[in-house]
Design a protein around this ligand. Structure first.
Ligand code: SF4
Ligand code: SF4
Ligand code: SF4
Length: 292
């Protein structure tokens, strides 16, 4: 059983002193949520679980350990591993300072509509898992379990194409309605492994061009800025959309930008390997732009 394997792996690493902290998941308050946990003693390893509700991408927590002396171990599903690749490419995390325990992933489930039923098998997969292109970790030090088969996910840009077909007024009405519902909680930013600036412009004071009001104009500015700041670096983990309390379809914006980048710079999927740098994160001396 995978939970036993992850507990054994964490315990061994901590007992041998190879890592100072292990980041994983533990059972949450309810049976349908498993939450991130940080353990530093071998006897705490029994808190770890891996079940149908370990949706949280743990990679982002590594930013809190940027200055740690020792090594940090983290469990990585496919999406988490792509996020780690991104963080290493962004020089936010050093490869030699992390120990990656890979877990092939068959997908995470949505929380039930009624909490009395504990029919886990009958619960649908999260939207992000239904369209997952990388269920197996792309980077790891050890892999627990055999790789799982890749699902057929179809055209992930179908939703974007439907929106592109709308007229300008229709698009404005569509996004205006959605953005007016945004409550500026910043959960989408906080959870995103590609959002890793030390100080976010939206937290800064005294920027006259960036307001903090919760109105359509400012919400549009925030949402478009967030999406554009991760252009070429979004790993499509779907975490921003999953955590949005207002249920905004943020992946439509992210995928529109990915689709445009693919058309402009050639096909590119962020975080698949350390060597391939994002198109907007490099330059070429023969760049056709005249100002270069
Ligand atoms: S997006 Fe993929 S790797 Fe991540 S939890 Fe879902 S199925 Fe697993
Ligand atoms: S923008 Fe959303 S989907 Fe993309 S990396 Fe960030 S959290 Fe994941
Ligand atoms: S998570 Fe949703 S509601 Fe919160 S700031 Fe992001 S888009 Fe707005």
């Amino acid at each position: 059983m995978i939970t036993e394997k992850i507990r054994a792996a964490a315990k061994e690493l901590l007992e041998k002193g190879e890592v100072e902290t292990v980041i994983g998941w533990e059972r949450g308050t309810f049976w349908y949520n498993s939450t991130p946990v940080f353990i530093s003693k071998p006897e705490q390893a029994d808190r770890l679980v891996f079940d149908d509700f370990c949706a949280n991408n743990l990679a982002k927590y590594l930013l809190d350990y940027r200055n740690a002396d020792g090594k940090i171990a983290v469990f990585v599903k496919g999406c988490d591993a792509r996020a780690i690749t991104r963080l290493i490419q962004d020089n936010q995390v050093k490869r030699e300072k992390v120990y990656l325990i890979g877990i092939p992933c068959t997908g995470m489930k949505e929380a039930p509509k009624t909490v009395s039923s504990q029919d886990v098998a009958g619960l649908p997969l999260l939207a992000k898992c239904q369209s997952c292109a990388t269920p197996n970790p792309v980077i790891y030090d050890i892999l627990l379990g055999d790789p799982v088969p890749q699902k057929e996910v179809g055209n992930r840009f179908a939703g974007v194409e439907a929106l592109e077909a709308k007229g300008a007024d229709e698009k404005y009405e569509h996004w205006g309605k959605l953005f007016s519902e945004c409550i500026r909680c910043y959960a989408c930013r906080n959870v995103c492994p590609a959002c890793n600036c030390r100080e976010c412009a939206f937290d800064a004071n005294g920027l006259n061009w960036l307001g903090k009001q919760n109105n359509l104009q400012e919400n549009q500015m925030f949402n478009m800025t967030r999406a554009m700041h991760v252009a070429g670096r979004c790993i499509e983990c779907g975490e921003c959309e999953r955590v949005c309390p207002m249920g905004l379809p943020l992946m439509d914006i992210n995928r529109k930008i990915i689709k445009d980048l693919n058309e402009l710079f050639g096909s590119y999927d962020a975080g698949l390997n350390l060597e391939d740098r994002p198109p907007l994160g490099q330059y070429k001396l023969d760049d056709p732009e005249k100002f270069m």
